[in-house]
Design a protein around this ligand. Structure first.
Ligand code: BTN
Length: 243
């Protein structure tokens, strides 16, 4: 097992991509106490204060078609949600495609990045930012209303090591299950842990604004939304859940 550990780094995802390009093995992980250039999706930054979270990237080399790389995000979300629930009893849930929320606030963000040829994946880096021991007042003002942490949810400090161990072992288990039995077998678990299904969602990123009822996830990991009696397939982007 290759573990790259840093007190401080720009971004564990950047380092993981570098290690993958240098030929690290599948399953290699990069961990840092703090990031000074932590990245989120759609070129957002990720607040990554020292010692207060799990800032982690995992290198996978899945035998999937590049089209199927987003499945890695869904399986990571399932694994992390299960690990958090079992170690902390915080009943967080998955917001499609890749946020983990508690009472509507974000506790985990996942950033999956891929390096692929025409029809084969070279590697996938799954980056996970888990807000562990951050008090509500410590979050920067622009995310204070929308982010939270495990300690804030559980009203007590959460030791990081047992949680990290559980996350890594859950990830390994889900990954092998998906490879052995296929992606569709994992979707029931995803459905059970989802906070999106059954909710009215606004679809962000399409030209005309639309909203509908999130009814299911399909075999490719797309969100199925019922809009005016028709089922629309949302394959990428973001949705926001109507309160
Ligand atoms: C998001 O919700 O926008 C995704 C956030 C992903 C943050 C993690 S922290 C570890 C890894 N390294 C990064 O630079 N980003 C991811």
């Amino acid at each position: 097992q290759e573990i790259f550990y840093f007190e401080k780094i720009e971004s564990t995802n950047n380092e993981a991509k570098k290690q993958a390009n240098l030929g690290c093995h599948e399953g290699a992980i990069v961990l840092a106490e703090m990031q000074n250039g932590g990245r989120g999706r759609i070129s957002r930054s990720w607040f990554s204060p020292a010692g207060k979270g799990i800032w982690l990237s995992v290198v996978l080399k899945p035998p999937f078609h590049p089209y199927d790389a987003p499945k890695c995000t869904l399986l990571a979300a399932v694994a992390v949600t299960k690990a958090i629930r079992s170690i902390t009893q915080v009943q967080c849930g998955i917001k499609w495609p890749n946020d983990i929320l508690y009472e509507g606030k974000k506790i985990v963000g996942i950033l999956t990045e891929m390096n692929a040829e025409m029809d084969a994946i070279n590697h996938v880096v799954i980056g996970m930012g888990i807000n562990v021991n951050i008090s509500q007042e410590e979050f920067p003002l622009d995310i204070r209303e929308t982010a939270t942490s495990l300690s804030a949810a559980a009203h007590k400090p959460i030791p990081r090591l047992p949680l990290l161990q559980e996350i890594l072992s859950a990830l390994e288990k889900e990954y092998h299950k998906v490879i052995q039995y296929g992606f569709v077998e994992m979707l029931d678990e995803w459905r059970e842990l989802s906070v999106t299904l059954g909710q009215t969602v606004d679809i962000i990123g399409v030209s005309q604004k639309s909203s509908g009822l999130a009814v299911d996830i399909d075999k490719d990991g797309a969100l199925l939304v019922e809009i005016e009696g028709r089922i629309e397939k949302i394959i990428a982007g973001d949705v926001s859940i109507r309160p």
